[in-house]
Design a protein around this ligand. Sequence first.
Ligand SMILES: Nc1ncnc2c1ncn2[C@@H]1O[C@H](COP(=O)(O)OP(=O)(O)OP(=O)(O)O)[C@@H](O)[C@H]1O
Ligand SMILES: [Mg+2]
Length: 273
Amino acid sequence: MPDAPSQPLIEIIDLTKVYTMGTVEVHALRGVSLTIQPGEYVAIVGASGSGKSTLMNMIGLLDQPTGGIYRVRGTESQKLGKKALADLRNREIGFVFQRFNLLARATAMRQVELPLFYAGISAGKSKQMAKDALTKVGLGERTHHRPEELSGGQQQRVAIARAIVNQPSLLLADEPTGALDTHTGEEILTLFENLHSQGLTLVVVTHDPDVAGRAHRVITMRDGLIVEDAAQIPSQAAASPPIPVSVASASQPLAPTAARPQIVLETLDGAAA
Ligand SMILES: Nc1ncnc2c1ncn2[C@@H]1O[C@H](COP(=O)(O)OP(=O)(O)OP(=O)(O)O)[C@@H](O)[C@H]1O
Ligand SMILES: [Mg+2]
């Protein structure tokens, strides 16, 4: 028997976003509807200015829409206060940006510990969780390096470790390979595939057809609207040696955080379709 349909992770209904600049209104989103199920791997593509980052900011609860409905696991975001919104974001969502957005002087370990500090997790536990996340992205040996002592790809992997350390359900990445060469970008995509196969839901904004080709679903935006939404068979990774991503081997499983309804990554090996 087929599984019962699960609750959507993301449900967006007729979302609009208008930026007002003086007397000028920019209609960045004109009525976007979108449902994303747990475990999906989605790429969002479209011309510059079509609203991709605006949509990502809405999905990531970084900004409020002008109109429409946005639900995360059934919770309507517009009905939440600031604190509840921040809690929901911290619990469910991790971000990766094109420019890594790391702190210039902090070690990899510190960068990854920081969100745990904000989540009120004890120092001892944070250290272990940060170490585990860095091991997971293949940087278990680079925990004391600062950004300037890491390659671009390694910096992006630190940013990914920071994004997943809280064990979010959803990883949002806006042009995650945009600042990397092709080979290094491939490493990041391989890492994404590993995380996806462990149950993480991924939404990736990209201009690069090769990056979009690795997703299982491609959403195309134009002028603030979704104009195409298609499932696809993801393309294979280029024949490059895999990076040493530890799944459940080297590190101990990340300690589950109390009362968190999200996926424990290590237990869902291969569960995603
Ligand atoms: N903070 C803002 N204030 C005013 N207008 C904005 C703001 N952010 C985005 N816009 C406008 O909204 C529209 C959509 O922008 P958005 O950044 O979402 O596009 P995008 O698809 O991500 O483009 P790109 O591929 O260049 O990153 C654009 O016309 C942009 O100029
Ligand atoms: Mg953008």
